[in-house]
Design a protein around this ligand. Structure first.
Ligand code: PGA
Length: 250
């Protein structure tokens, strides 16, 4: 059986301040997480977080990127700029961007291509709404989201980063998918990837996201196809994020 190193990523979303980030970094850096970790602050704090984590094994990512090449696009940030400032990862297609900013499967796939072309490691997100789950369409929806990505890039490229399954009904709601619900979907995702490229599928990290907390992380991370997590709310508290990393390392 393939052994995949656990990966835990912090998605701070639109939270933080220079002072809060300083406190977070000093708590976080006093410990050394025993699994691979990535921190994704808002764009403007990338330099501060990169500096704060310099010399540690924790890497830094952005939460988004522009689907277009650098140029006259007011307010946007290009993949190459993220690389230029020192980011090595980027979250692509988070459900908040899909729903609030109109990112379609095609836009997400284009962003994925841009990220890969620039040498960034993508954490690409998929997940269904509550309504879709209640109608029994979860797998169909998630597989369609994956297929849109696979039409543009190979599984080996996805394996450079990770795929995050984030059921929308579990994000920021305190309502976590059960380990069984999450495992079932992760298994379906891996099967879909394996149908395209079995070797790369076995090497691709599949992260679970949606109300992961220190109290539920260990049980989620013991599922065979859950290779870590994408952590929102709980990642804002350094001690909680560290506890989740520790659960992944065990
Ligand atoms: P949450 O967010 O942990 O606050 O539910 C996860 C995410 O949206 O990445």
């Amino acid at each position: 059986m393939q052994v995949r190193a656990k990966l835990v990523a912090a998605n701070w979303k639109m939270n933080g301040s220079r002072a809060d980030n300083e406190r977070w970094l000093s708590t976080f850096c006093a410990a050394s997480p025993r699994c691979q970790t990535v921190v994704c602050p808002p764009y403007v704090y990338l330099p501060q977080v990169l500096q704060g984590l310099a010399g540690t094994r924790t890497e830094v990512g952005a939460q988004n990127l522009c689907a277009l090449a650098a140029g006259a696009w007011t307010g946007e940030v290009a993949a190459e700029m993220l690389v230029d400032v020192g980011a090595s990862w980027v979250i692509v297609g988070h459900s908040e961007r899909r729903s609030a900013y109109g990112e379609t499967d095609e836009i997400v796939a284009t962003k994925l291509e841009r990220a890969l072309a620039a040498g960034l490691r993508p954490i690409v997100c998929v997940g269904e709404t509550l309504e879709q789950r209640e109608q029994g369409q979860s797998q169909q929806i998630v597989v369609a989201q994956l297929d849109a990505l696979l039409r543009r890039c190979g599984v080996a490229q996805l394996a450079r980063g990770a795929v995050a399954y984030e059921p929308i009904w579990a994000i920021g709601t305190g309502r976590t998918a059960t380990p069984q619900q999450a495992q079932q979907m992760h298994e379906a995702i891996r099967a879909r990837l394996a149908a395209a490229d079995a070797v790369s599928a076995a090497a691709t990290r599949l992260l679970y996201g949606g109300s992961v907390k220190p109290a539920n992380a260990a049980e989620l991370f013991t599922q065979p196809d859950i290779d870590g997590g994408l952590i929102g709310g709980a990642s804002l508290v350094a001690a909680d994020f560290l506890a989740i990393c520790e659960a992944a390392a065990r």
